[in-house]
Ligand binder design. Structure first.
Ligand code: ZN
Length: 379
């Protein structure tokens, strides 16, 4: 039952560009996802279209990044540039230099901007750029596999168009680049659910980082302990996100759907199944606002692709009881036999020990946010 104009942003050009093979960030995920959702019939029909992106224009990149940083990225991609690159985080373990290091992020950013533009023009109710989500990059800093911060730029473009922007980030890493960009503003509210900075990069994003000046109360951080499982995550999400989103009353929702909070991710330590991600998207849809969804992290490639396929099917309204997501994918080319039950992960119940480790920390974070942030929004 598709009722929304849904746009999937991808092109063959994105498939041609890549990170170095030894880098955990795998750009082939978007193309693999595209193949799956296409074979499921989720890219066609009256309400679903696929759109190819153009590279982000330099002037738009400069809404967030400095000119000298963009020049440095271009130089590094050509194999030139000196010590100044390292001061900008370029050429480090997490942000190596490689030939596509300018062209890929600029095109991926263009894809996020294409989604934003279609939403602004009323040509999309929901849009998904699986090649987006580079939430760590700073104005003059490459960090955490991120060179161009498409999320901060898209939020800025939407805000400049007069929109109130709700940015929700469920990547397992704190969306620091986006939160910092709007830390003193109240027209863009950022909410990030992530593994605590005590155990994971970038080491920040604690519950007492709540914004400053006009932006006080508009930066919401929900750090989660190692081993956080579906039920505990949902408890935190349901206690915090829906009421804050309703109070903020956004015109548009920007959703960073990194899939590295799923159990089995090699770089992080949470234990979610993709059912929680699907529930979150369903919850966002109840606000009846345009949603710009992107990819992000996700270093177990197969789990990530399956989660994004499920996410897209929920986002575009194709996750009904008789859909491919819930029953076997008969006739569809499967990534592996594990997919024969459909896109949804099997339940992953926590052990009693896991509950004892996780719940008290989650309850303390919920309490802190309800005490420090809710009253600023009349809650
Ligand atoms: Zn991540």
């Amino acid at each position: 039952m598709a009722t929304k104009k849904a746009v999937f942003v991808h092109s063959a050009r994105l498939d041609e560009l890549s990170y170095p093979p030894q880098c955990p960030f795998n750009t082939s995920r978007a193309g693999r996802l595209r193949k799956i959702v296409h074979s499921m019939g989720l890219l066609s029909g009256p309400d679903k279209i696929e759109v190819a992106p153009e590279p982000a224009p330099r002037a738009v990149l400069e809404k967030f990044h400095s000119a000298r940083y963009l020049d440095a990225l271009q130089k590094a991609a050509r194999g030139t540039g000196g010590l100044e690159l390292l001061y900008m985080g370029i050429g480090t373990g997490d942000c190596p230099t490689f030939p596509d290091m300018y062209d890929y992020p600029v095109l991926a950013c263009g894809a996020t901007l294409t989604a934003a533009d279609l939403i602004l023009r009323g040509q999309a109710d929901v849009a998904f750029n699986p090649s987006g989500g580079f939430h760590h990059a700073g104005p003059e800093l490459a960090a955490g596999f991120c060179y161009i911060n498409d999320m901060a730029i898209a939020c800025q473009v939407l805000a400049e168009a007069g929109k109130r922007v709700l940015y929700l980030d469920i990547d397992v890493h704190y969306g620091d680049g986006v939160a910092n960009a709007f830390y003193d503003r109240k027209d863009v509210m950022t909410i990030s659910f992530h593994e605590s900075g005590r155990t994971l990069f970038p080491g920040t994003g604690f519950e007492d980082e709540i914004g400053e000046g006009d932006g006080k109360g508009y930066c919401v951080n929900v750090p989660l302990p190692v081993g956080t499982y579906d039920e505990a995550y949902k408890k935190a999400f349901d206690a915090i996100a829906p009421s804050l989103i309703a109070a903020f009353d956004p015109d548009v929702i920007v959703f960073e759907f990194g899939a590295d909070a799923l159990a089995g991710d090699p770089l992080a330590h949470l234990r979610l199944t993709n059912n929680t991600c699907a529930d979150i998207i369903a919850s966002l849809l109840t606000f009846h606002k345009p949603i710009l969804m992107t990819g992000g992290g996700g270093y177990n490639v197969e789990n990530t692709v399956r989660a994004w396929a499920l996410g897209w099917s929920v986002l575009c309204g194709a996750d009904g009881p008789d859909s491919h997501a819930n029953i076997g994918l008969g006739g569809v080319m499967l990534e592996s036999t594990d997919w024969s039950g459909g896109l949804r992960d099997r339940q992953l119940p926590p052990s009693p020990q896991q509950r004892r480790n996780v719940l008290p920390e989650i309850e303390a974070v919920i309490k802190a946010i309800k005490t420090n942030i809710f009253p600023l929004h009349g809650l």
